[in-house]
Write a protein that binds this ligand. Structure first.
Ligand code: NAP
Length: 259
């Protein structure tokens, strides 16, 4: 299917690896020029080179921590105006409700709520003026089906979800859509580090932890960055203009929610 977005420009946060990279590759395959970001320069440059070689699109890289004001300023300066914004950053660590401090909450809110909001506030005016834009926020299935030990993530991401619910409906009439993608477990470094955490708390091997977690998913496996990216590219396509303010679960059926 031609997604109808060839020649457009996208900023994708936290995109040298994992789900952000999956989105970047799928958008590049649709002919979209990219601005990629990550803190580590090496993986970022490697990813950019692979994408340029595979898809022939222009790729700009910005090595910066997107959750800091300084890092965001660097990213926004390099990106200028874009047609497509995919917000993403690393997730907060797991823990227990009784141990989280105010500083832990502020860090989580900065990373997973205030950063995507700041990026939208920076990019939406130009999209509105142009009469076309697409925003996809990578959040988590924990927004719909909260995971107890990921309380910092649950808290920050539901705040973002509230912002998107209202804002997406205010900008839709200008041809701009905002939607959230809610990943369940996908085979990325993040999933590997959560497997490691489960292994150490349950006293089992990492392989056993992964096997048990995969068995708990109706699809019987973890998701892939490629299928996640393909959904992202569709949401950014010309065909998705009537999808507004939605929270799309990609979890292999793990959360038993009927509506
Ligand atoms: P990942 O594999 O750990 O990838 C993280 C990517 O983000 C890397 O490119 C990393 O590069 C970059 N990054 C991390 N923090 C950054 C920052 N502050 N500024 C700029 N770049 C940053 O993570 P993922 O699995 O793709 O997950 C993406 C998001 O989805 C996370 O918020 C995660 O919590 C959420 N999520 C993931 C899953 C899953 O199963 N994978 C499930 C639910 C939710 P550098 O380290 O070099 O910066």
């Amino acid at each position: 299917m031609d997604l109808g977005i060839r020649g457009k420009r996208a900023l994708i946060g936290a995109s040298s690896k994992g789900l952000g990279r999956g989105c970047a590759e799928a958008l590049a395959a649709a002919g979209v020029d990219l601005v990629l970001n990550a803190r580590g320069i090496e993986a970022l440059e490697d990813t950019a080179e692979v994408i340029r070689a595979a898809y022939g699109v222009n790729v700009t890289t910005v090595a910066a921590d997107i959750t800091t004001e300084e890092g965001r300023a660097k990213v926004l300066e390099a990106a200028g105006h874009v047609d497509i914004l995919v917000t993403n950053a690393g997730g907060p660590p797991p823990g227990t409700w009784s141990n989280w401090t105010r500083d832990d909450f502020i860090k989580a809110l900065d990373g997973n709520m205030l950063t995507p909001i700041a990026l939208m506030q920076a990019m939406l005016p130009h999209m509105i003026a142009k009469g076309w834009g697409r925003v996809v926020n990578i959040t988590s299935s924990a927004v719909r089906a909260p995971i107890a030990e990921l309380g910092l993530s649950n808290t920050a991401r539901t705040g973002l979800t509230g912002f998107v619910a209202g804002t997406s409906r205010q900008v839709a009439r200008f041809g701009v859509t905002i939607n959230n993608m809610l990943p369940g477990i996908h085979a990325t470094d993040r999933a590997a580090s959560l497997d490691k955490g489960v292994a150490s708390t349950q006293g089992i091997t990492i392989e056993e932890a992964a096997t048990r977690r995969q068995a708990s998913i109706p699809a019987g496996r973890y998701g892939t960055s490629a299928e996640f990216g393909a959904t992202c590219a569709f949401l950014c396509s010309q065909h998705a203009g009537f999808i507004v303010g939605q929270n799309i679960m990609l979890d292999g059926g793990a959360a038993n929610i009927s509506i």
